[in-house]
Design a protein around this ligand. Sequence first.
Ligand SMILES: Nc1ncnc2c1ncn2[C@@H]1O[C@H](COP(=O)(O)OP(=O)(O)O)[C@@H](O)[C@H]1O
Ligand SMILES: Cc1ncc(COP(=O)(O)O)c(N)n1
Length: 294
Amino acid sequence: MTPPVLLSVAGSDSGGGAGIQADLKTFAALGGYGTCVLTAVTAQNTRGVDAVLPLPPRTVTEQLEAVLSDFPVRAVKTGMLGSPAVADVVAGAARAGRLPNLVVDPVLVATSGHRLGVVDAVRRLLPYAMVATPNRSEAAAILGIEVRTVEQMAAAAERLAGSGPAAVVITGGDPPAGTVPGAGDPGGGGPGAGDPGGAGGGPDAGDPGGEAVDVLWTGGTVTVLRGPRVPTRHNHGTGCTFAAAVATRLALGDPVPAAVRAAKRYVTRALTGARDWELGAGSGPLDHFGPATR
Ligand SMILES: Nc1ncnc2c1ncn2[C@@H]1O[C@H](COP(=O)(O)OP(=O)(O)O)[C@@H](O)[C@H]1O
Ligand SMILES: Cc1ncc(COP(=O)(O)O)c(N)n1
């Protein structure tokens, strides 16, 4: 059977763990066919980003035309945009209705701390998103407010949805200092439990008992998605992988809540598969195709 076609609009990670490389692996692992439009080339490895070359808007336009004129693209994921001018090119295609099931991952800063994007570029694309997937610090930067607790994640998701996206997932993969703060009952609830007040005080990434808590806002409903926090230094590209998985599941026909749950499960498995890997000296990549992902 012909697989559904996905498009990733993102930067290249020479280390292969994030960006275009993570997106194409995720699309393939989940049964899609991946195409790509490069926005920037980064010199990057598990330790950090050494250089960034943003591509000219015209080169991005030409790649978009090449892909969209030939492939029946069913869903699109954007990551690093490179520049506001490139964001305008992509927003133009979205405005023209050429980017269906658009998942916008507002990449601003790499896990290593290197700046990869600006809020101004992300703002130009958000109005056209079906799903936006900022992490907590990205949501905080876009809105100019603090986003740490589950209550703050829920409020931020609702505010971001006000700027256009049909759904917003704020991801909480980054280990906060010591705990995932949130008032109320720390217990209960698998992925999909619906109590925004119940993040609990799970220990952070160093503790196998902790949780990775994401918050989904869609159609006026807040859903708290909980998963086990995988204790690992191999966590480079989690945000890219998550957003690419959401896009793939949308392309396969899932509604947004199901797509988001499936994406969270996939990231957890890809993290689990690479837990004992020793690739690079810093934040290593995920296991996109390993037995844990099946
Ligand atoms: N150590 C971890 N264990 C389990 N899930 C994780 C871990 N780190 C990130 N995730 C999950 O990966 C997805 C991407 O989130 P996040 O890491 O916050 O994105 P980003 O890379 O943009 O910071 C979310 O579903 C988040 O809960
Ligand atoms: C080209 C590119 N795009 C996106 C990210 C963010 O990935 P992460 O948040 O996992 O560092 C990255 N490091 N490089």
